[in-house]
Design a binder for this molecule. Structure first.
Ligand SMILES: [Zn+2]
Length: 371
């Protein structure tokens, strides 16, 4: 059944008049029942959930797992286990800021049937800033379902967006399961637990790549880069098993800023090609990260041209040479680029792939190949 907004919910509550109260102690997935009746107060519902979300953010910032789990349905063992993993993931990212913003409440009869009349489905955003990585606060969508149990609201489901948009892989790196986050200078690498050597290799290449971006394109750029190197093929709008991204080894995925603009990128590696990524490939992607503030409307030939320039060129970085090289790359193609440039890393002797154009959508701009 379709969903309605909070206005619709209030209307529904008014028509219903009195509703069955949901008592504490309901089993997983089962709507509680009671002979008592109560009017659902929409305003109080919003306020109660707001308090839960504030405690949730504070718990992450203060590394307080007990507080984080205190607002999770105590009878849903699977949800508590997944939320425990989520908490352990979130604290590793080192957020300097974190908050959850409520959007409009949604109406779903199926949820009311499942959880009872106090079920409260709300979409919103997780607003955050990763220390050393995000120059401005960023945000990502979340969808939560709360139910009133024993006089307070608890989280009973966090998969609203997953079921609402099954074909849109909007999950962040911390949503994928247990992860290991390794931090280096201006760099954060996300891998599966136990893959410290993979993380170390990427961190070492990242330092070379960051220097290349500073030397050949943006000397004043002091930002950081997040590299996601997980087995999951659907992270941050990627779908490496799909026809668009299958031949792409790495992609710089845009980050939505709290002001609704796009001002950064996180790099996601294709798990199939993870072993082929080197400093040159990261230099290409980090150039996208550093120039992401130019916006999605920047010409593709320009953003890809300067990324390839940083990746492999050793020309004097004068403005004239930059424009000449970029125009040459655009007009004459990869033959000119490969003839005149050399790799920035000796480890780039690897299978070559043809450059892949981005899909051009806001969520998937600035893709890159390992060519
Ligand atoms: Zn690119």
């Amino acid at each position: 059944m379709g969903r309605r907004t909070l206005g619709g919910l209030r209307e529904w509550v008014a028509v219903a008049g009195v509703l069955a109260i949901v008592a504490g102690g309901a089993a997983d997935g089962a709507a509680a029942s009671s002979s008592a009746e109560v009017q659902v107060d929409a305003a109080a519902q919003v306020a109660a959930v707001e308090a839960v979300l504030e405690r949730r953010a504070t718990a992450v910032l203060q590394h307080d797992e007990g507080q984080f789990l205190a607002d999770i349905d105590p009878y849903n063992k699977n949800l508590r286990a997944s939320q425990k993993v989520l908490f352990e993931n979130l604290v590793q990212f080192g957020f300097s800021k974190l908050a959850y913003r409520q959007g409009e409440a949604q109406y779903d009869q199926a949820l009311l049937d499942k959880y009872g009349p106090t079920a409260y489905l709300v979409g919103g955003v997780m607003e955050y800033q990763i220390d050393g990585i995000d120059e401005l606060p960023a945000q990502t969508p979340v969808g939560y379902t709360f139910v009133k149990r024993a006089g307070r609201y608890v989280l009973v489901d966090d998969s609203y967006l997953d079921t609402d948009q099954p074909d849109s892989p909007n999950q962040e790196a911390w949503d994928t399961g247990p992860v290991l986050v390794q931090r280096g200078p201006r760099t954060l690498v996300v891998v599966e637990p136990g893959r410290t050597e993979v993380a170390k290799t990427i961190l070492a290449d990242a330092q070379v790549a960051l220097k290349a971006v500073n030397r050949w394109w943006l000397p004043d750029w002091k930002g950081g880069a997040l590299v996601i190197a997980l087995d999951d093929t659907k992270v941050r709008s990627t779908d490496f098993k799909g026809p668009v991204w299958n031949d792409t080894a790495a992609v710089a995925t845009p980050v939505r800023r709290a002001d609704a603009g796009f001002g950064g990128s996180y790099v996601v590696l294709n798990p199939r090609d993870r072993g082929q990524i080197d400093a040159g490939s990261l230099a290409h992607e980090f150039t996208h990260v550093a120039t992401a503030s130019d916006g999605p409307s920047a010409p593709l030939w320009l953003v890809e041209g300067m990324a390839e320039y940083v990746r492999g060129c050793r020309w004097p970085a004068s403005p004239l040479s930059i424009w000449r090289s970029t125009a040459s790359w655009c007009v004459r193609g990869t033959w000119t680029r490969r003839r005149r440039c050399r790799p920035t890393s000796s480890s780039s002797a690897r299978p070559k792939r043809a450059p892949t154009r981005s899909a051009g959508t806001p969520s998937t701009i600035w893709s890159a190949s390992t060519a």
